[in-house]
Design a protein around this ligand. Structure first.
Ligand code: SF4
Length: 352
């Protein structure tokens, strides 16, 4: 029998023709995009759209520009090269990202795993999951497991519980993290049953992904309160997106309001150089300008780390206001291993 949230998810928009009933758009053109990259918008998220091109629209409605971006890589962070077994990414010594689901309630147009999320190439097999679990069990340096995907909370409760229980049987796994956009795009998924399930496997941290203040609805606030009341520490990872949140006032409002729903702003990500997302790219200079205006103007608790996830999987590097570019526009960044890497804004294929 399906839960209410599963029934409600089936009521999502999955074709451009459904959007055309409310908005004037080119269904055929949009269909060429959805033929390449998957599409779904929940009723909840769709109801936040006020007009074509607004921040929620840009994040969720397919755009022909996704197909006209050939100069970036499908997997710039080299996740596949850092996978000792399918579905597991081992980039840092003490932690792994385990991709336990391959679908999402809303397919974000800027997704860094656009190459596989929602596509048959990213499907997760039971054998793959067993291999991932074996690898974690046999690698004693792993202290921190990040459940990601797709969206891990699209698994049903029983499947999620099986994974959490298996991890908790491994003595060297100290903490579990869940990366999910459900509180933003599909808050109905955060049920009392789900919260009490997660609570049985503490310490569990949950990072969600609000990108704009309009996403902080009453339903999202209640979902976050339920999670927080279950003792789950909540953080937020925002992606800096052109035309969505590349504005100091918008970012300040987002970060301030997140604290009011008990979510700590954790990361502000410079966009990864992922094929199909160039139209969302901003400059590092813009990110630093935003960070400069946050500092001192919002509570220190509301200030996230501004990070670049370096190409080829070299890891995240934080940047601070005042970090300047060289005359040629490049930034010299030091990886967590101490290696110096040159990162160029000019390499980010800025549109227009
Ligand atoms: S919820 Fe996360 S994994 Fe899913 S499409 Fe959005 S960004 Fe990608």
């Amino acid at each position: 029998m399906n839960n209410r949230w599963q029934t409600s998810l089936r009521d999502s928009f999955v074709s451009p023709a459904e959007l055309a009933e409310k908005f004037n758009l080119d269904v055929a053109a949009m269909g060429t995009v959805t033929g390449r990259y998957p599409f779904r918008i929940t009723r909840h998220y769709f109801n936040l759209i006020r007009e074509i091109g607004d921040p929620v629209w840009r994040q969720s409605v397919p755009d022909l520009k996704e197909l006209h971006d050939s100069c970036q890589l499908a997997d710039p962070l080299n996740e596949s090269g850092l996978s000792p077994v399918p579905g597991l990414i081992h980039r840092y010594p003490d932690r792994v990202v385990w991709l336990i689901a391959n679908s999402c309630a809303v397919y974000c147009r800027f997704c860094m795993r656009k190459r596989q999320v929602g596509c048959s190439s990213g499907e997760i097999s039971p054998t793959g999951s067993a291999d991932a679990l074996d690898y974690i069990r046999e690698t004693a340096t792993i202290r921190d497991v990040i459940l990601s995907g797709g969206d891990p909370l699209l698994l049903d409760d029983a499947s999620l519980e099986q994974i959490l229980a298996s991890l908790r049987q491994i003595p060297h796994v100290e903490i579990i993290r869940i990366g999910t956009r459900m509180p933003v795009t599909f808050p109905e998924r955060i049920t009392p049953a789900l919260c009490s399930l997660i609570k049985r496997y503490h310490p569990v941290y949950l990072n969600t992904h609000f990108n704009h203040p309009v996403e902080l609805t009453e339903a999202s606030r209640i979902a976050c309160a339920m999670l927080a009341d279950a003792g789950i520490q909540l953080g937020n990872q925002t992606v800096l997106l052109a035309g969505v949140n590349d504005d100091p006032a918008v970012m300040a409002e987002l970060c301030r309001k997140l604290l009011t729903i008990r979510v700590k702003p954790y990361y502000l990500h410079q966009m990864d150089l992922v094929r199909g997302t160039a139209h969302f790219r901003t400059t590092v200079k813009k990110g630093l300008e935003i960070m400069g205006q946050l500092r001192g103007h919002v509570s220190g608790l509301a200030v996230p780390y501004y990070v670049i996830d370096l190409p080829e999987g070299k890891g995240k590097v934080p940047l601070l206001p005042g970090d300047g570019a060289a005359a040629d526009g490049s930034y010299l960044l030091r990886t967590y291993r101490g290696e110096l890497v040159e990162y160029r804004d000019s390499a980010t294929a800025l549109p227009g």
